[in-house]
Design a protein around this ligand. Sequence first.
Ligand code: AHM
Ligand code: MG
Length: 327
Amino acid sequence: MEQSRIAQPIGSALDRFIKSNQDHFAYASGELSQLLRDIALASKVVNREVNKAGLIDIMGGMGSVNTGGDEQQKLDVLANIRFTRALQKGGEACALISEESETFMDLNNDGKYVIAIDPLDGSSNIDVNVSIGTIFSVYRRKSKPGMPIQPEDILQKGSEQVAAGYILYGSSTMLVYTTGHGVNGFTYEPTLGEYFLSHPDMQIPGDGKIFSVNEGSYNSFPDGVKQYVQYCKDKNYTGRYIGSLVADFHRNLLKGGIYIYPATAKDKHGKLRLMYECNALAFVAEQAGGKASDGKQRILDIEPKTLHQRTPFFVGSKNMVDKAESF
Ligand code: AHM
Ligand code: MG
């Protein structure tokens, strides 16, 4: 194991880990560390709300007012508010783009970082008590702090990310992130309210036997994707599809596998968003030794044209993504 990839033993608290790895960052002024802490803090609040999700119907549904006087919100809207507030208060980010918002949001104009976030992904699973996730990317702004935000601050290629990761609200809650020096996973201990390092220096197996794709759309897949799915079946691979990108990705990261959301007849560019979903997971995958592609091109090399741009997505074990590309 490369000495620089992990500087803390299993069981280290996230805060301590971030602090001790701070000198890995190209601009080690502590702001990126603080930003990661802000994201972790917001995720704890969201986690609490996700855990109470089933109670909302008992305690008052959407549109009603809770005891604190806050109107009850849909969980994904609420998650968006939680992350926005945490980043706004933190002050390290100048702008936020979110799957939940039409356009970018100005935060602290003196901030050095731009955040892209899908606050709560897996919308169809929110109401049915199935794992969901938060996905985030961090970019360094190109323009000088204090100046108005420019398009080139916001629309950066995935290869420019300085940090990225996800939070998985699953049977336990995990935060997995990279700053470009490998991938580390932290498990949340709810009674202590703290994340602890549980998965140091995560590596995705080069090969796997799991394929994750919504086969209900098979008839509208491009021919190459149909052939690759058939190839997986001929090889007796296991089909696993939760329909929550973070959960499907995380399982494949641990066990080896490929996640596919291809172009379909309905969605010519697939369904997933480059800026909020694919770039972050592509960065994590590559840092863990895996691969992410749109079928032809490396995801991290795609030049974004619009905030909500979609892309076909093939991500996971390197040899599996290579094989899928060959079809
Ligand atoms: P969302 O951003 O509306 O939640 O959609 C993204 C989700 C992914 O988590 C998941 O992998 C995919 O959509 C499932 O889509 P489908 O139901 O078409 O298979
Ligand atoms: Mg999403």
